[in-house]
Design a protein around this ligand. Sequence first.
Ligand code: HT7
Ligand code: ZN
Length: 854
Amino acid sequence: QIVQYLADYRPYPFILSETRLDFTLVPDATRVKAILSFAPRDSGQSQDLVLDGGEEVKLISLTIDGHEPDPAHVTRQDETLTIAATALPDAPFTVETEVEINPMANTTFEGLYMSGGMFCTQCEAQGFRHITFYPDRPDVMTTFRVGIHSDQNVLLSNGNLIGQKECGTEWYDPWPKPSYLFALVAGNLVAISDSFTTLSGRKVDLNVWVRPGDEDRADFAMESLIRSMKWDEEAYGREYDLEVFNIVAVDDFNMGAMENKGLNIFNSKLVLASPETATDGDYERIEGVIGHEYFHNWTGNRITCRDWFQLCLKEGLTVFRDQQFTSDMRSAPVKRIMDVQTLRARQFREDAGPLAHPPRPDHYEEINNFYTATVYEKGAEVIGMLKRLIGDDSYRQALDLYFDRHDGDAATIEDWLNVFQDATGRDLTQFKHWYTDAGTPHLNMVEEWSETTAGGTLTLTFTQNTPPTPGQPDKPARVIPIAVGLIGPNGDEVLPTQILEMTQASQGFSFEGLGARPVVSALRDFSAPVILTRNIDDDTRAFLLANDPNPFARWEAGRELAIAALVALSQGQPGGDSYVKAIGQLIADDDADPAFRALCLNLPGDEEIATRLSTLGIEPDPDAIYQARQDLARRIAETHQDLLARIYDSMQVSGAYSPDAEPSAKRALRIAALSLLNRIDGGERAEILFGTATNMTERMAALTCLIRRGRGQTALQILLEQFGDNRLVMDKWFSVQPMAAPPESAVATARELAQRSDFDWKNPNRYRALIGGLSANHAAFHARDGSGYNFVAEWIMKMDPVNPQIAARMSSVFETWPRYDTVRRAKALVALEQIAAVAGLSRNTREMVSRMIA
Ligand code: HT7
Ligand code: ZN
């Protein structure tokens, strides 16, 4: 069956009470022995036992209760091994298998594979079936006892270490878990070690394992882990539950990191950091992802998902928790603005195109294609809305009930919503549409003001409408929490934030007894993931930018001014005066948080402008957008050059580097000023900064500026000489060139880089750096001659047979193709059809491409 449907879910007919695994690790011929203790779920059920197992898994032996079954009762077909019901007792039984696999030949980085000489696993979502035959589904949970034999010096698996001999270790994980949380690592590694004492006084050993030579870049990861453990106790009352917590850094990794029970495996870029090699952004991401994976211990591991349709149950909640963590560690308003930027850039874009799907999809072909911004980021937004609707105390009560009621379960979105219903007495039937319906609601607000002797009344009428998405033409009205505040003409707040609960397609809310007509600050804190439109002029936006006490709404007002200007300029109309003036006032305010000022100073990117144009029903022209953005940036630089120069000088941070929020914020503002000044100073400041900066944040910023001015060669050469053997710095080196290059030369630059011997394209980080770097250059990727599309398509086709997950993921850069002009559309379609025509194309890429051209 190609398409999997949620409606077809059936419990597994057997209970698995224990899994014993024994690994003898040899790079090209690893042996895996498994002993699985099953019992029929219902007696007299007479069901076949179906185990998942990849076609490349070589079956050496199979016994049931110690006896070889009649071969006629055993069938291997597609990716399964079936033992006929007639060969099974109607009582508990054990299945023992021995298989052989070849980790060295595994280029997919799924299952057991090798990275830089070490053995490593990745089992989510369905990688375990490439290790041995098993019911590889999240609702089959059991304890694991694992033996590892290898000549590597560090041998790790989940749970607690219960035995250690020369060339072997034994691990026992007492917490029942599904196969996707299994992990094994064997390598010549060294550890940064520490410990953490839990709330109830248990001591936990902590290790961050890295390759020898990388130890001096792992401290921040360890500090982040300790902060995460403490935060989860304080914010959610969640304690860690094993004797040891191991983190391993791996160079070849398909995604960011993986929450395997007690043995988190990380892409090395999310562990290793030093001031000379990592940027402030890298540090913040490391802290956030370490937190994310750690928080999964409760939201994902102790309570897992019944099936993969429920993926957002663990991912949405864990993203929400990691966002809260970062807000608490750093600046909450800045974090909220950054999260909204990501949501709009990735999820709104997904929701508006052919790949749109609900946070809880009801069908898929390849589950790996559903680790999306919708499942993760929108999944988190939905939880934020729930919290806003019920309040902080009720949210905490509901979460306590969730952990109490479902600990040890493989749960569903229905279970999750029932917890909230039971904790609050609210009916969440309508709210559930946020989980089941795709698309971003468009929300329009109309204001009506009337005055009587008793005072003024302001009525806000909201109308919601969600455009059709694939397979979902009509959408019912949703519950939308709309946070609103009112600001008087003198700038004072006359009504602090209130949550209006919209439940109808069109609904009015009145505020009576007001003095003079106030200015409405709407959708504060981005209280719902919707696209808000309202009839508002530039002066009112500038007023909000200057006066709104809600930092998100303030930033949003500035953003709207900037976008309005860029939309106008990209269509050859005048625009930008109000923005240029307002931004000058804002950045001159030395009392405002530098991080906030930096966010306001960074112009919306080309992609965001294209999205806005397309929402307005206008075909975006990438070249015109690029030009408009250049022109506006130059005007800001020219108008405010003295102010920007003062900011650039005064935001210099002296002393030892720290990735903390305060110095990072200063650097962010300094860099924002630099990138504007760079347009009028000939690259002079960037050149000096590149030569003098002692941290990667400023060096990368300077390098980007130099490349934009066409004078990056010397700096690139210096970086290459200094860091040619540092993979993570070289990834930056590969990505910044096509990303910052002028659109007319970016594809040629990318092609040239792809020829280099150090373009180790089978490494996902390196591949994403270059191919993703080019596709992030909007005007280059969407070049009218189709050269950007062709380059990316070639590399998708090349990667597909080697690593289908990475190829399929990269293909989503095409998802916006339908919104461009006929010439570009035709070229993009040719590229997509060329991919679709490849013989033997993976299920992953085939599903993505066919959804995009449907
Ligand atoms: N739960 C993990 C998702 C994941 C993954 C991670 C690494 C490599 C392949 C993977 N496939 C799915 C990561 C997370 O969300 O925490
Ligand atoms: Zn996750």
